[in-house]
Design a protein around this ligand. Structure first.
Ligand code: DLZ
Length: 162
């Protein structure tokens, strides 16, 4: 089965991000991967009109801490949407499952608690190569996909307000 190129999207389907503000939380675990995800997300937000002044980046030790980092943005900052970027690689123990479950439930809870988009930009892979392929490699960059999703969800929210 072919896997989707995470950076492939219809550029005309993405609204302008000029008036939108974003928080990005990046996990330091698997830094080579997560820094590439962050680069992709920032570049994509800017490609669609977001400015440096409207993009704030913070770091947490690991993917498990992403939801709390997101919550700090929700409570202590005024950004419109938050992008959570991490990478969990399957190891020999069940740690992978616990971290994935924690970050997935935590992110879902943030979306519904704060009524704002918290985007799940987390790679959960069997090995490092799969992660490299999805962080600027042959299958694109999940950071790009997360940025596009953030813009689209904010545009959807705005369509109810305006
Ligand atoms: C402990 C741990 C392990 C084993 N693997 C990863 C991983 O693949 N990716 C990741 O982002 N973080 C990992 N961590 C760290 C946890 O996310 C977390 O930072 C620690 O358990 C402390 O709460």
């Amino acid at each position: 089965m072919a896997t989707k190129d995470l950076s492939a999207y219809d550029i005309n389907s993405v609204p302008s991000a000029e008036a939108m503000s974003f928080g990005i939380v990046v996990a330091e675990w698997n830094w080579e991967i997560t820094s590439a995800l962050a680069r992709g997300a920032i570049d994509t937000l800017k490609k669609h009109g977001a400015t440096d002044d409207n993009i704030s980046v913070k770091y947490v030790p690991g993917t498990f801490e992403l939801p709390l980092g997101g919550q700090y943005f929700a409570e202590l900052d005024n950004v419109d949407a938050v992008i959570l970027l991490g990478c969990v690689i399957q190891g020999e123990t069940r740690h992978f499952d616990y971290i994935c479950e924690g970050v997935t439930q935590g992110t879902k809870d943030l979306n519904l608690k704060y009524n704002k988009p918290f985007i799940f930009g987390v790679l959960t892979t069997n090995n490092e190569q799969q992660a490299r392929d999805r962080s600027g490699g042959k299958l694109g960059n999940k950071g790009d996909e997360a940025a596009v999703t953030a813009i689209k969800m904010l545009d959807l929210k705005n369509s109810f307000i305006k």
